[in-house]
Design a protein. Structure first.
Length: 254
């Protein structure tokens, strides 16, 4: 991508819930293949910003662009639904809670959207699910139900489900925060493998060690603004802003 056209471009993003301004004129660019961590205290606007990128939390004002396509277009309802469904096929999202369908097997959970939206055959769907489960290390669980899986396994299935749509970017919203500590690393390993493949990722996380070791850029948000951003070694070892320093002092050692 040229410098004039970032892969993901957030322009003057503002989000209000009533009188509460959650995002205050955020500008953010992400290049193709970058892995970006967003850190900050609870309530700083991190998840709202992430959810705005695929218009799950529509902005009050501002624009979100993916390549040459504006995500949050103001269109009549039917046109908007068609537009956003197309855009969301290019943006995979993994939430804090796994949102798997309990009555469907792992195979069915993963193949549901590709079969419905991309009209692929059963054979193509089965090949797709086998590929994605191999990627997350769960091939042997293909015909299990969610109730038969651990939390870490459910989250890895959720990642496989998002990847099955062959997205251009992956968004992770606190993907490990609902997991027991011993299960966190198995999900982090999957995210590290995606990083090694240069998958474009934006990751809201409270895990500073992961952000420092895996990400290309770290963005620190507080009270709805980007306070500071830069490479991990700068943000974690030599932050310039007092708010960043105070946050890291509390979170790096405990």
């Amino acid at each position: 991508m040229t410098k004039e056209q970032p892969f993901i471009d957030v322009r003057h993003a503002q989000k209000k819930f009533g009188a509460l301004e959650v995002l205050k004129d955020i500008n953010l660019q992400v290049e193709k293949g970058q892995i970006v961590a967003i850190i900050g205290p609870s309530g700083s606007g991190k998840s709202t910003l992430l959810r705005a990128i695929n218009d799950l939390d529509p902005l009050t004002s501002g624009e979100i662009w993916l390549e040459d396509k504006q995500v949050n277009k103001d269109l009549p309802h039917r046109q908007y639904e068609k537009h956003i469904n197309t855009v969301r096929q290019e943006i995979g999202m993994v939430f804090q809670h796994f949102n798997l369908f309990p009555h469907l097997t792992v195979r069915q959970n993963i193949t549901l959207a590709p079969k419905m939206l991309k009209d692929i055959s059963d054979d193509e769907a089965n090949q797709l699910v086998e590929e994605q489960l191999a990627k997350v290390g769960l091939s042997e669980r293909i015909d299990f139900y969610p109730s038969q899986l651990s939390g870490g396994q459910k989250q890895r299935v959720a990642i496989a489900r998002a990847l099955a749509m062959k997205p251009k970017v992956m968004l992770f919203d606190e993907a490990t925060s609902a997991l027991d500590p011993e299960l966190v690393e198995e999900v982090n390993l999957v995210m590290k493998s995606l990083a090694a493949e240069h998958m474009t990722m934006i990751i809201v996380t409270h895990e500073m060690t992961f952000a420092e070791s895996v990400c290309d850029r770290v963005i620190f948000m507080d009270e709805g603004v980007v306070v500071e951003e830069g490479p991990p070694d700068v943000i974690f070892k030599n932050p310039q802003n007092e708010r960043t320093k105070n946050f890291l002092r509390k979170h790096l050692n405990g």
